[in-house]
Design a protein around this ligand. Structure first.
Ligand SMILES: *[C@@H]1O[C@H](CO)[C@@H](O)[C@H](O)[C@H]1NC(C)=O
Ligand SMILES: *[C@@H]1O[C@H](CO)[C@@H](O)[C@H](O)[C@H]1NC(C)=O
Length: 280
């Protein structure tokens, strides 16, 4: 094909006109209807795009937090990122997808998600003549470990079992159950936070011997519809041994008590006898 320069130049006004028309166009900013779920320590993409899918290269794309004083999360303007006034906790963790801007895709990537990233965001896109925005809700979700049960041996009233599970967000519940699935009365749940502020939960129960000697610890997060459980079986002999050993200690205690009383009585008797002797 042979296109002369003059022919080519003829197209320039037409091209200019087309670009002007496209920037004059109105557009809608759209995103997901449902909250975006993010996992602490992982990366997350907050989807946002233009409809029609005009290029966003020449537009201003601003991501910010709602209900924050200095809310800037990421700003793209005049063909580059301008993050001088970004919220410090987002420094170095945010980016758009440069190759996607051309397709009207203004999604934001947030790296190494933190708990503080949860909440509402706005994707705000502006041209010289038009703007629109879309709100996106980010929820943090962390599913913890399978519970670990440890046997603390015999304590007053039965065998003491402790259930522990780590790495949850939001805070889960801990339930102890017998082999028939009946809840067992347990101590209150201890909660701690790890270095990433995720929940560590621990709950102790004192159990008596049952027919099966099987007990289950269940850790559940209802909002996330997540549950993890572990079953333990106490060896029967261990249980009996524990009770025996307690009987043993009780017997020893009784013998010691008896001896003390006996000595007291003897001393008293001796003293009474000596006083009598003196009087006589
Ligand atoms: C816009 O969307 C249409 C239809 O999905 C697609 O064919 C076209 O390539 C897209 N345009 C850009 C600039 O990505
Ligand atoms: C926008 O780009 C991201 C990253 O490539 C991609 O995951 C997402 O699906 C894109 N969104 C749309 C609407 O094309």
């Amino acid at each position: 094909m042979n296109i002369s320069w003059s022919e080519c130049l003829r197209f320039i006004p037409l091209l200019l006109q087309l670009t002007t028309v496209s920037t004059l166009e109105s557009f809608e900013v759209l995103g997901p209807a449902d909250p975006v779920v993010a996992v602490p320590g992982e990366d997350v993409v907050l989807p946002c795009y233009l409809k029609p899918n005009i290029s966003a290269m020449d537009l201003s794309v601003e991501w910010f937090r709602v209900q924050t004083k200095n809310p800037l999360v990421h700003l793209y303007q005049d063909h580059e990122d301008r993050n001088e006034n970004q919220i410090p906790s987002y420094r170095g963790r945010t980016s758009l997808f440069p190759e996607e801007l051309n397709n009207g895709n203004t999604s934001l990537k947030v790296k190494n998600v933190r708990l503080s990233d949860s909440g509402e965001y706005k994707c705000f896109v502006q041209s010289a003549e038009w703007y629109d925005d879309y709100s996106i809700n980010v929820q943090i979700k962390a599913i913890g470990t399978h519970p670990v049960i440890s046997n603390e041996g015999y304590k007053e009233g039965g065998i003491s079992l402790v259930c522990e599970s780590k790495g949850w967000y939001p805070q889960p519940q801990v339930v102890w159950m017998d082999s028939e699935g009946h809840n067992l009365p347990a101590e209150h749940t201890e909660t701690h936070r790890d270095s990433m502020d995720l929940f560590i939960v621990r709950r102790r129960v004192i159990v008596q011997e049952t027919e099966t000697n099987r007990f289950t610890c269940q850790v559940l997060q209802r909002d996330l519809k997540e549950m993890k459980e572990t079953m333990t079986e106490i060896p029967g002999e261990l249980h009996i041994f524990s009770i025996n050993s307690s009987m043993e200690t009780r017997r020893v205690r009784n013998v010691i008590c008896f001896c003390i009383v006996l000595i007291c009585v003897l001393i008293h008797l001796y003293e009474s006898v000596s006083t009598l002797m003196i009087v006589l």
